[in-house]
Write a protein that binds this ligand. Structure first.
Ligand code: BES
Ligand code: ZN
Ligand code: ZN
Length: 492
């Protein structure tokens, strides 16, 4: 919820003012007192003389109030105002004592429509950066002590509220993704995850969870095999959004890897950083967050999310290296390494989605390989696709929202490396090298009807120990904005 004011609050510790590149601003309603505007003008003149490069600067109006100057470039990228919002929040937070700030929204010389849209994006950036996950902190101080309340000073309340509705629905989706990824694995297991997803049915999403008995009957043995070593039951959940009622249009399908914890199974991972494997369900969390956003903004499309939820544990009933399973597609898979489990989850989820929904396209997201982190680090997600148009659309959207992706090749020579001597396919490539690509080749084998398909390997993007401009560190929610933009720009 945004909070508004028509004038500066007497009890705020600061106010923020947007100025142009030439340090100009307008104040037609004289929101600033004579004395304040005098001080502001003096400060702006000094910035101009110093030809100050920083986009945000500040000075003390009095011993009780600070003034933040936000300099706005005339020429900028599409996600510029969000980025400025993120930087602004970081800047303000560095002053520990500020807890109430007035942001004057009307001071740029733009038409009303542009002003309100840009300002909404700015607030979106502020909000994305201000995310916290502190539900397990017991000290009150840490829980609420660090909040900064923003009051928007404007005469365009209605218009900003209308513009912000869209961004708020995206924010809600991203925050859900971040919350799910941040939950510890003793709290978020496949069953409790299903319960969380079911809460979304109140937004008009149709949710069905398939339990182990149903999955066995359907033959999703690749997915089920991953969960054999865990006491927690495995699920596959479908989330349908019917925003184009009465239309026979094929849905857009989003599939996510939801490994609630990945120990590696019998091919056990080393202990160092194993705790990070709680975020091995991030692909599924992006799908869930995206569908929440689409429902909240009542997107005029039909879409479906499909997530495989499972825990990869080395229990007594766990699958072994050497096991062969018959997947939902009918293809047999030789398991050579139980730590290459994400592709087994996705194999069944992909074939199931293609057969049941006959979608226009399928995009899957997964924290699939360590190899993609070796290639692209924490800057780009890996993109793989059998379709140039879908791939190009994803690439353009990634630029629109600054969630970067980089396409890597698929080729029959990589595909060959996944041939098994005694089954149809094996789950790792023994030749070595190209680990992210051969994982994608494995997935491609489970697209049976040439449906346009793209795979996003988000292993390097889902979680970051470092903070970035639009997130405070931890779960990033990478992918929600990207796919929402793709839907909006190309398919809605
Ligand atoms: N969940 C991991 C991939 C991963 C690694 C995600 C690091 C995030 C950070 C995946 O299930 C896995 O273990 N992949 C193996 C595959 C290998 C056995 C072929 C890997 O990448 O090492
Ligand atoms: Zn693994
Ligand atoms: Zn995994």
């Amino acid at each position: 919820m945004l909070s508004f004011n028509t004038s500066l609050s007497p009890n705020s510790n600061a106010f923020a003012l947007f100025v142009s590149e030439k340090y100009e601003y307008k104040d037609p309603r004289s929101i600033l007192s004579k004395d304040t505007s005098k001080k502001v003008n003096l400060f702006l003149r000094s910035l101009k003389e110093k030809s100050q490069k920083d986009e945000i600067s500040s000075f003390d109006i009095s011993d009780k109030k600070k003034c933040f100057i936000i300099k706005i470039k005339a020429k900028h990228e599409k996600s510029y105002f969000e980025e400025v919002g993120g930087s602004f929040y970081t800047y303000v937070k560095s002053y520990k004592t500020i807890n109430l700030i007035d942001i004057y929204a009307d001071s740029l010389n733009d038409d009303k429509e542009k002003l309100c849209k840009n300002f909404s994006e700015f607030i979106f950036g502020v909000n994305l950066k201000s995310y916290t996950f502190n539900k397990y902190k017991t000290s009150k101080k840490e829980k609420i002590g660090s909040n900064v309340e923003c009051k928007i000073v404007t005469i365009n309340k209605k218009s900003i509220e209308n513009n912000y509705k869209y961004y708020s629905s995206i924010k809600e989706g991203i925050f859900l993704t971040r919350d799910l990824v941040s939950e510890p694995p003793n709290i978020l297991n496949p069953k409790t995850y299903v319960q969380e997803i079911k809460k979304l049915s109140k937004l008009g999403l149709k949710i069905k969870a398939y339990n182990e008995k149903e999955l066995k009957k359907l033959g999703l043995n690749a997915l089920l095999g991953v969960g054999l070593g865990s006491d927690n039951e495995t699920y596959l959940v479908t989330i349908e959004w019917n925003g184009k009622k009465g239309s026979k249009e094929k849905p857009l399908a989003f599939v996510g890897k939801g490994v609630c914890f990945d120990t590696g199974g019998i091919s056990l991972k080393p202990p160092r950083f194993m705790e990070e494997m709680k975020y091995d369900m991030a692909g599924s969390a992006v799908v869930v967050g995206l569908l929440k956003s689409l429902a909240l903004r009542k997107a005029k499309i039909n879409a479906v999310g499909v997530v495989g939820l499972v825990e990869n544990m080395p229990g007594g009933k766990a699958q072994r290296p050497g096991d062969i399973v018959k997947s939902y597609s009918g293809k047999t898979i030789e398991i050579l390494n139980t730590d290459a489990e994400g592709r087994l989850v996705l194999a069944d989820a992909l074939s199931f989605t293609e057969k049941k929904y006959k979608p226009k396209f399928i995009i899957d997201l997964a924290t699939l390989t360590g190899a993609i982190i070796m290639s692209l680090g924490e800057e780009y997600a890996g993109l793989f696709s059998n379709d140039d148009e879908l791939s190009e659309n994803i690439f353009q959207s990634s630029k629109n929202v600054n969630e970067k992706v980089w396409r890597l090749p698929l080729h029959k020579n990589y595909d060959k490396l996944m041939n098994s001597t005694i089954a149809d396919v094996q789950n790792i490539n023994y030749v070595g090298g190209a680990g992210a690509i051969t994982a994608a080749q494995f997935l491609q084998r489970f697209i049976l009807n040439k449906t346009p398909w793209a795979h996003l390997d988000i292993a390097g993007m889902a979680f970051s120990k470092k903070a970035a401009n639009l997130n405070p560190g931890g779960a990033t929610g990478f992918g929600v904005r990207l796919l929402n933009n793709l839907v909006k720009e190309y398919y809605e």
